[in-house]
Design a protein. Structure first.
Length: 255
């Protein structure tokens, strides 16, 4: 009788573990698929952004090869010119100081939006010698600046606050994929790290599974750093304050 009870207990425990493993495997599969597509898009755009300054100059040579003139407006004058011209409807203006005297002075203006899917960023580039506006337009328009378009895609998928929230949720999805992967393959982690798991099998599918384990285990730390820091930077999107409407100060004078 005792043996029968022990046998039934073992069988139930085995079935529960098997069911739990299947559940974790499905969760790992679907979260990995979703976050994998996200990783590809964000990874490609992020790789391009590493060379932001170099590619920006390649795509817009006229903005970075200005002729140096004897008279040049001060940064303070240029800032006040842009602020007075565009202050209506914007909540902040930031200036990007150029590297050399041959370059335009660029500004990023942030619009007050009441639509959570609208991009609030507007780009203005000014010739510091003539005060001519040589470029202006939304980050969302690829004709304004390809690199700023990529930057906005990497940041929020061109969906405003909603896009930022999606990025946060996908970061959590990737974290779930990592945790479930560790739970499923923890017995193989040491074998993978010391290259004891041989890349062979009866079918190509089995070989791909072993290869997946190698890539997954060796990428754990990288994924935790990338998605962990991304989530931490955007964690504010999970607070009510992030979804409140910005207030534009009216009837003020820029001095």
């Amino acid at each position: 009788m005792l043996r029968l009870i022990c046998g039934l207990t073992y069988l139930i425990d085995f079935k529960m573990k098997k069911h739990s493993r299947k559940w974790f495997y499905k969760l790992h599969r679907y979260t990995g698929l979703i976050s994998g597509i996200f990783l590809l898009l964000i990874g490609l755009s992020g790789s391009i952004l590493v060379y932001f300054n170099e590619l920006e100059r390649v795509f817009n040579p006229s903005l970075y090869n200005l002729e140096i003139e004897s008279e040049r407006f001060s940064y303070d004058s240029i800032y006040h010119f842009v602020a007075n011209k565009y202050h209506e409807g914007y909540v902040s203006i930031s200036m990007n100081i150029p590297r050399t005297n041959h370059e335009v002075v660029s500004f990023t203006l942030v619009q007050a939006t009441h639509d959570n899917t609208t991009n609030p960023y507007f780009l203005v580039s000014v010739n510091p010698y003539t005060m001519e506006i040589m470029r202006q337009g939304s980050y969302s328009s690829i004709s304004t600046s390809f690199m700023h378009w990529i930057l906005l895609f990497h940041d929020s998928l061109h969906l405003g606050k909603l896009g930022l929230l999606i990025v946060v949720c996908l970061s959590l999805t990737m974290f779930v994929s990592i945790i479930t992967g560790i739970h499923i393959y923890w017995k193989n982690i040491a074998d993978v790290l010391f290259f004891r798991l041989k890349l062979r099998g009866k079918t190509s599918n089995n070989k791909l599974r072993i290869l997946h384990r190698y890539i997954g285990v060796w990428a754990i730390l990288f994924n935790i750093i990338v998605f962990g820091t991304g989530f931490w930077m955007l964690r504010g999107m999970l607070t009510p304050e992030a979804w409140s409407n910005e207030k534009v100060q009216k009837n003020y004078t820029i001095v």
